[in-house]
Design a protein around this ligand. Structure first.
Ligand SMILES: [Zn+2]
Length: 791
């Protein structure tokens, strides 16, 4: 129950009361407001009930020293790596698991998760090659040539599809390190033809390749307090679960290639020309992007192929992965961006071919800078020394480097849609530095924990880039089409990555929208932002699980959000709240306004009653309604008086039933003339949400009320809310700003004249207006015409 003091202050003529009329509480009580309880894992020594890392929190570490050789002629990559694995867990380890993600590209080494299939109308020879049985070896995937300990002694290992177990020569105890070496190679796939995140793209026009080298070396799996060794195979869908570590990587490529990679370049003085190197030094402090490798240099490099080789050296600290790109096609630009929160001077950079020059030169590096700045405000300050965007006709993220799309037409022009798509993808992929590269969730299990959270901050970042940015995901009304789908096409957000049918809406848009609803509608920006930041801070450079997020958001805000997690993250119900009926009643004017004696009369009957013959027949029998409980009436007077008291502190207003007679004549009259409006709501969709109302009065003034979702706690299907106004109500709009993702807005509006919402289509409005005019000329009095005359 709430009194809108601000509205009272604005206009003395409006007094707003609200009152529950709740019959049979309990009969429709399901579990929508019950605590998640055992649905979440039990808090423990490692993960606290507050959602913070527990006292005994630990995580293991893997440090890599890798030398890679790009054989462009054979499109083959070979590597030699030394890995030092640190066991910080309290457990003794007999073996360790690594990921061989590149095996996903092999027809014989992949995880072989299959999709149901039917006979196609048409197909292509390429597709038949993939689906023909028996499967032929396409010769992709990792070839392991050596697996030894630090001293060069062979280690026993087993490859299980996209994973590899190395048996340790002796038990690895808490605090101990194990160093081992692996030599490997693989054929680099054609990323455009075969799909996937890494590979080469061939440009027939100039005969060059652009390599994006990702998930390219055997990487440690996560061993954790909550699942032991990560054991989900890589199928191409669920992304990565990785441990933090420090990297030193030597990348040997043709001498005319330009390389971008995770981490700081340590050999730029040797691999760049002296002019390029001085431009690089300049760019470090530049406020606008400076070309380190120019368009002319890139175009010139495209024309021949050097037989010489160069080694690019990169180092990265506290990263969970390492990716790189190499091509002679690259233009490379960079500028400085200062992160004020930690006074970190980051070098924002972009690499792109001439095909993207018209767009990337203008926007890419600036979008990188804007993204890390904005994410730093909403999460934690960006901690790394560089952040890079590479144009590679896709969208994929790695620490400090990501691959994006956005090419111009041949003549250098581009559409607004291409430009916005490019900026959106750059913000998104650069944003992944925070989720999951730093706030290191298990992507293989939970896609929403990185994609959903990232898409949410992406939406905020896009709005700060351009207040009118056409964001695809985030606003509530953009998720409506997905929420409308039949139940057999939906699964909860809390589903494993592999099992999600509608990946984009489920893992990106729905969680992002849910967080936006929490921020704008349920918690408010201040509470939400503080809690969201707390989550980021608690789990930066750690491995959070869903419960850690859910718990932290409640712990840091003082809001019990279990009902929201239960509905939005664990369920598939949509929001469809209907304003099913509005009943209008006036106090009987001849009644003496004493306590317990006001009678409200519904005159004429509510519009709905005309639709039902049995209701119409019973009409006379139920003209009295609502204020028939002594308690409610007392409450009513009390609140009325209290509401007035706020307006004039010198007046000694009545504050209880017996003081009613002490009210001024004016106030008594006002009380007599209040019209009661009972709004009946139905929860047709199933998902509980706040009820947001906008009242429009005949005098043109408006009033809004936001009823928290907890109104549904006694009855999850039907609730009513009664308001008393001393102005004539013209219409009520439910969810006027479309902020709850209500899938059916046609039942969100009531008007005294019977016209439909202006949120619905114009033709409907026109039709309804015409009908209302006809109705009036037929002499049928609508409820508000009757009530309105008396105010
Ligand atoms: Zn993403």
């Amino acid at each position: 129950m709430k009194i809108k003091i601000s509205a009272l202050a604005l206009s003395l003529s409006v007094t707003l009361f609200a009152q529950n009329i709740q019959n049979n509480p309990g009969s429709n009580h399901g579990n929508k407001f019950e605590q998640l309880g055992t649905i979440l894992p039990t808090p423990n020594y490692y993960r606290a009930a507050s959602g913070a890392p527990g006292q005994g929190y630990w995580q293991n570490q893997a440090d890599y020293d890798i030398s890679a050789y790009l054989d462009e002629e054979n499109r083959n990559l070979r590597g030699s790596q030394t890995v030092t694995y640190t066991n910080n867990s309290p457990d003794n380890l007999d073996y360790i698991w690594l990921q061989l993600d590149e095996n996903q590209q092999s027809t014989v080494k992949n995880a072989n998760y299959q999709f149901s299939s039917t006979i196609p109308k048409t197909t292509t020879t390429e597709k038949l090659n993939v689906s023909n049985l028996p499967e032929k070896d396409n010769h992709y995937g990792v070839n392991l040539t050596k697996v030894t300990d630090a001293a060069g002694k062979n280690l026993n290992y087993v490859v299980n599809k996209t994973m590899m177990r190395i048996d340790l020569p002796k038990v690895l105890k808490k605090g101990e390190k194990f160093t081992f070496k692996i030599d490997w190679n693989y054929n680099i796939p054609n990323r455009i033809a075969m799909g996937g995140r890494g590979g080469y793209e061939f440009f027939p026009e100039d005969g060059n390749d652009l390599y994006t080298i990702t998930q390219w070396f055997p990487r440690l799996c996560v061993y954790s307090d909550h699942q032991g060794w990560q054991n989900h195979q890589f199928t191409g869908r669920g992304e990565f679960a990785l441990v933090f570590g420090n990297y030193k990587v030597n990348i040997n490529v043709p001498a005319d290639h330009i390389v971008g990679a995770t981490g700081e370049g340590k050999s730029f003085d040797k691999v760049l020309t002296s002019t390029q190197y001085s431009r690089y030094q300049q760019a470090k402090t530049a406020k606008e992007p400076i070309e380190i490798v120019t368009l002319d240099e890139a175009k010139k490099a495209e024309k021949s192929k050097s037989k010489e080789r160069k080694t690019w050296i990169f180092e990265a600290k506290d990263v969970r992965d390492f990716a790189w790109t190499s091509s002679r096609k690259f233009v490379w630009d960079g500028m400085n961006v200062n992160i004020p929160e930690n006074n970190n001077n980051v070098m924002a950079m972009s690499l792109y071919g001439k095909e993207a020059y018209g767009l990337y030169r203008k926007y890419s590096t600036k979008a990188v800078a804007h993204t890390i700045k904005t994410y730093s405000e909403f999460t934690i300050p960006y901690p790394y020394p560089v952040a890079q965007s590479v144009e590679a006709a896709n969208g994929m993220e790695y620490p400090m480097i990501c691959f994006n799309y956005g090419r111009t037409e041949k003549d250098g022009t581009y559409s607004e849609a291409t430009k916005n798509g490019m900026i959106g993808v750059i913000i998104h992929e650069v944003g992944h530095n925070f989720f999951p590269m730093i706030i290191n969730s298990d992507e293989r299990q939970w896609s929403w924990m990185d994609e959903g959270l990232n898409t949410f901050v992406q939406f905020l970042t896009e709005s700060k880039w351009d207040n009118k940015f056409p964001s695809r995901r985030g606003p509530a009304d953009k998720i409506v089409d997905y929420m409308k789908l039949p139940k057999d096409q939906l699964e909860p957000i809390m589903s494993n990555s592999e099992n999600i049918a509608q990946f984009g809406p489920n893992a990106y848009a729905k969680p992002a929208t849910g967080l936006n609803i929490l921020r704008e509608t349920i918690m408010g920006r201040d509470l939400f932002d503080q809690a969201f930041k707390t989550y980021a801070k608690r789990w930066a450079f750690r491995h959070p699980e869903p419960a850690d997020f859910f718990r932290t958001m409640e712990d840091a805000s003082g809001e019990d959000l279990d009902w929201f997690w239960r509905g939005w993250f664990f369920g598939t119900d949509p929001v469809d709240i209907a304003l099913s009926k509005v009943t209008v009643a006036k106090p009987q004017l001849d009644a003496q306004p004493k306590s317990k004696e006001i009678t409200y009369k519904i005159d004429p009957p509510a519009e709905d009653d005309f639709n039902d013959i049995s209701k119409t027949r019973e009409r006379d029998a139920k003209t009295k309604f609502a204020v028939d409980q002594d308690k409610d009436l007392q409450d009513f007077y009390y609140r009325y008086a209290r509401g007035q008291e706020k307006l004039d502190q010198n007046k000694n207003y009545a504050t209880n039933e017996s003081d009613f007679e002490a009210l001024s004549k004016e106030d008594k009259n006002r009380l007599k003339n209040l019209t009661a409006y009972q709004l009946d709501f139905e929860n047709k969709g199933g998902l509980v949400m706040p009820i947001i109302l906008e009242f429009t009065f005949e005098d043109g003034s408006k009033l809004t009320d936001n009823i928290p979702a907890q109104i549904w706690r006694h009855n999850e299907q039907k609730v009513s809310k009664t308001y008393y106004f001393d102005k004539v109500l013209k219409s009520v709009q439910l969810d006027p700003l479309k902020q709850t993702a209500d899938i059916d807005t046609s039942n969100n509006f009531w008007s005294a004249s019977g016209s439909s919402s202006n949120l619905d289509n114009k033709f409907e409005v026109f039709k309804q207006k015409q009908a209302a005019i006809r109705g009036a000329s037929n002499g049928r009095l609508n409820p508000m015409q009757a009530a309105g005359k008396k105010n």
